[in-house]
Design a binder for this molecule. Structure first.
Ligand code: SF4
Ligand code: SF4
Length: 235
């Protein structure tokens, strides 16, 4: 899931400066699970904005509305009326949902209410840990299921640095050394010989380094090109 945290109230208040009618738009999927941007958080934030404005003698209407997913048009469209009625939308979705608001409702003034952090796993109640960095060329087959990119502090691909001690990362004792975990898994499955392999450098082109990425279904490519052609054809 995508893990995010709410921005500090002071930062949100600073960004909405000048707004008279704010809609706090929640998202009912990942950010609900990590208690950052669901219905409850949207309601609390709208109420905090109203209260703060009242204390400062400012005029501000703040309402809230939550859709199941801000990152899909069919859900986002359900918020069309409240979005159009507001002069400012504070999106409590991840950066994808927040930008979906801008793409679907280009007239809306959208401000982010969350800081999107990572792709993570809830490992305990109230604790989320990073597990994937979306590199586009997964190496979990080689590492026996432990990601060296998201979980090694130095993103090392060819084994540990010299600082690993007692299974912990030298960057911080609270971090498990990813390469210790990889070693343990390789040992368990009889794959330790892999550590002696000389591997070609990882192909980073499918990662962010290659620019904004797309995934497109082969069988729909033609219809996408036709739709683009229609959109760009002179009227
Ligand atoms: S290797 Fe890449 S795709 Fe696989 S888990 Fe790590 S970051 Fe994610
Ligand atoms: S101690 Fe382990 S996790 Fe930390 S940087 Fe070194 S190899 Fe990576």
């Amino acid at each position: 899931m995508i893990v995010a945290e709410q921005k500090p109230l002071a930062e949100i208040l600073g960004s909405i400066d000048g707004a008279k009618n704010v809609l706090v738009l929640g998202c009912g999927t990942c950010v609900t699970v990590c208690f950052a941007g669901g219905t409850k958080e949207a309601e609390v934030l709208a109420s905090s904005l109203r209260l703060k404005a009242k204390l400062e003698g400012k005029e501000l209407e703040a309402s809230h509305f939550t859709v199941q997913r801000q990152c899909e048009w069919e859900y986002l469209d359900q918020a069309g009326d409240p979005i159009r009625a507001a002069d400012t939308v504070v999106s409590l979705a991840c950066g994808v949902g927040a930008q979906a608001v801008v793409e679907r409702f280009p007239e809306a003034r959208m401000l982010p209410g969350l800081n999107t952090r990572f792709y993570g796993l809830p490992t305990s109640h109230g604790l989320w840990e990073e597990r994937c960095a979306g590199c586009g060329d997964c190496v979990l087959d080689f590492t026996d299921g432990i990601c060296p990119i998201a979980r090694c502090s130095k993103n090392l691909l060819n084994g540990p640095c010299g600082g690993s001690h007692d299974g912990k990362c030298e960057v911080n004792d609270s971090i498990e050394c990813a390469w210790q975990l990889i070693y343990d898994r390789m040992k368990k499955f009889g794959h330790l010989d892999r550590l002696l392999e000389t591997r070609a450098p990882k192909d980073w082109r499918p990662a962010r380094d290659g620019g904004p990425r797309k995934v497109e279904r082969e069988d729909l490519k033609l219809s996408h090109r036709e739709a683009e052609g229609e959109a760009s054809a002179p009227a």
